[in-house]
Design a protein around this ligand. Structure first.
Ligand SMILES: C[S@@+](CC[C@H](N)C(=O)[O-])C[C@H]1O[C@@H](n2cnc3c(N)ncnc32)[C@H](O)[C@@H]1O
Length: 298
């Protein structure tokens, strides 16, 4: 069994640590390797364009791969099964998630020497890895939940080898999820978050009502943060969740004539264009919640 190293170094736990120790993306352990592998295929199908925009998994020949905020092991298992990475390091603030990853690795009989699991804390952004020691960092759906994403990105730079790359997903503010699903379906049609402003409603509408931090970024804003940490960075576009695509089908026409719907959201909807498959784009990029960024450390 892969050991879980405790690197919290007696830092005090924050509300973010506490929340994620309770709340995991998939709370139930898988019973078989087949069930775990099928979940991975289901997951990438459930988020249209995710595999395409993320470029999952790549060959990663002999690389050292860090899956930062690995959760219950989707990335750690995927990189172990589908790439030739020499080492895969999974790091998370949730012991519960790391234990799920651990048991999943056991189901797949993955060589223990190929994987490390490290328990960290949101209160300390320092990543317990040497300078210039990592070839590739995967970080999906994590930084928008953290107390100090800038500090974590600077750590990604420090531990990355020159020429190394990162694939990062953070929630996209130029998305149907924010402008239509949250601002219209939830806030207006369902009146689900009375008295809350849009960003507070968004926080409650993503990873659970009580998730302490859940931000979204305009691509220009997140690119600036990445570049501020020293990276070359490009924005690939936002992949979709089923909820926002369903909201598009339900409300695409009626939201524009609804006087309760603010002009900024109507303008967003009016400026959407559609590709040949029918997926909406905003300013030429897919307008889903999963904003994908590719970073390169010079
Ligand atoms: C929505 S889950 C995503 C899990 C995984 N990356 C995936 O794509 O399946 C967010 C994860 O980020 C972790 N997390 C939150 N704050 C963190 C931090 N400061 N450092 C590392 N991980 C963090 C949580 O514990 C949780 O497992």
């Amino acid at each position: 069994m892969v050991t879980i190293l405790d690197n919290r170094q007696h830092v005090s736990t924050s509300v973010v640590d506490e929340y994620w120790n309770d709340h995991t993306v998939t709370a139930l352990p898988f019973k078989t390797a087949d069930e775990s592998a099928r979940y991975l295929s289901w997951l990438y199908a459930e988020y249209p364009l995710s595999g395409e925009l993320l470029g999952i998994w790549g060959s990663r020949d002999q690389q050292i791969v860090l899956d930062y905020g690995c959760g219950p092991g989707n990335g750690v298992v995927g990189f172990s099964l589908f790439t030739r990475a020499a080492k895969i390091i999974g790091m998370d603030i949730s012991l519960k998630a790391l234990r799920l990853t651990q048991s999943r690795l056991g189901l797949h009989s993955i060589d223990e020497n190929r994987v490390s699991l490290i328990w960290i804390s949101d209160s300390n952004a320092t990543i317990p890895l040497e300078n210039e020691s990592v070839d590739f960092i995967n970080c999906q759906g994590v930084l928008h939940h953290t107390s100090d994403p800038q500090a974590i990105l600077k750590e990604f730079y420090r531990i990355g080898k020159p020429g190394s790359t990162c694939t990062i997903m953070v929630y996209n503010a130029e998305s149907l999820y924010l402008h239509l699903y949250t601002a219209y379906e939830k806030m207006i049609v369902e009146n689900a978050f009375p008295g809350l402003d849009l960003l507070e409603a968004f926080r409650k509408n993503t990873d659970g009502e009580n998730c302490p931090i859940s931000r979204c970024y305009a691509p220009s804003e997140f690119l600036e943060i990445c570049r501020g940490a020293g990276f070359d960075a490009v924005y690939e576009g936002g992949y979709f969740s089923r909820s926002e695509l369903r909201a598009l089908n339900r409300h695409r026409e009626n939201c524009l004539s609804d006087e309760r719907f603010a002009d900024e959201h109507k303008d967003f909807m009016k400026n959407l264009t559609f590709d040949l498959r029918g997926y909406p784009q905003y300013k030429g990029k897919y307008a889903g919640i999963g904003g994908v960024y590719k970073l390169r450390r010079p």
